[in-house]
Design a protein around this ligand. Structure first.
Ligand code: URA
Length: 242
């Protein structure tokens, strides 16, 4: 990558306007390689650059890819209507650099949510042609029965869908709890499918996307972490290992 001025680097990382970034540098609030960076016009190689702003350490990232363990009560929208946005759970630099959820979870759904500021990645992951399995744990109002699982596997008709939708897989994990694997992501799909099959979803949590498993990421509810390249590659895995 070509060398860029420090003010532009900070701006690209979500620290605000170029003018604001210059004022941070000139005010001595930015350090590079341990030294206060006084010259906003100094050209630096962004790749691999580590810097601090107000004492907090940052690493230059062309794009950011994170996994969030989403709590209930947050909307997957930049302009939420009834609940705070999931963006409020992240550093404010992330919103400023255009981070968005990759697909949506309902405000009351918990679990694995990917977020990024890489438009091509978001577009590719959200494409209806992608059939990466997404795994959910659903709690149900009535007990899980063989008939319920058969109906979901065979397909249930939702009122605004042209053809019945079926789950890719399902198994009982408790008397009123089941694991459901979908390979599409229609609006409220799990909840509407359970309702169409005669039950009611009382709680929902996403546990996996492709081969990326929330438990293995070790992120507490409400927390997030950067995803490494090897973890992003797991999103391509169509088959889930058990
Ligand atoms: N299906 C739903 O009904 N809700 C979600 O949040 C995700 C899948």
């Amino acid at each position: 990558m070509s060398k860029t001025t420090l003010d532009r680097i900070l701006q690209s990382q979500g620290f605000g306007t170029r003018k604001w970034c210059r004022s941070l540098i000139e005010g001595g609030d930015v350090r590079v390689s341990g030294f206060a960076a006084a010259d906003a016009d100094e050209k630096l190689e962004p790749e691999g650059l580590e810097f601090t702003v107000f004492g907090e350490v940052w690493q230059y990232r062309k794009h950011v890819y994170i996994a969030l363990n989403k709590p209930s009560g947050f909307e997957c929208s930049r302009k939420p209507s009834h609940h705070p946005s999931v963006l409020t759970l992240l550093p404010k630099q992330f919103a400023l650099r255009g981070m968005q959820p990759v697909g949506r979870l309902d405000h009351d759904t918990t679990g694995l949510l990917l977020m990024s500021d890489d438009g091509a990645f978001i577009h590719a992951q959200s494409s209806p042609r992608r059939h990466v399995p997404k795994v959910y744990i659903a709690s149900t109002q009535d007990p899980v029965t063989d008939a319920l699982m058969d109906a979901l596997l065979k397909g249930v008709q939702l009122h605004d869908e042209p053809a019945p939708l079926s789950v890719q897989g399902c198994r009982m994990t408790g008397r009123r709890e089941m694991e459901i694997t979908l390979n599409q992501g229609k609006y409220h799909q799990v909840k509407r499918m359970l309702a169409a099959a005669g039950n009611h979803c009382t709680a929902l949590s996403r546990t996996r996307i492709g081969g990326l498993e929330l438990d293995r990421l070790d992120i507490r509810e409400g927390e997030w972490r950067y995803l490494e390249e090897a973890e992003l590659a797991l999103l391509e895995h169509q088959e889930l290992e058990s």
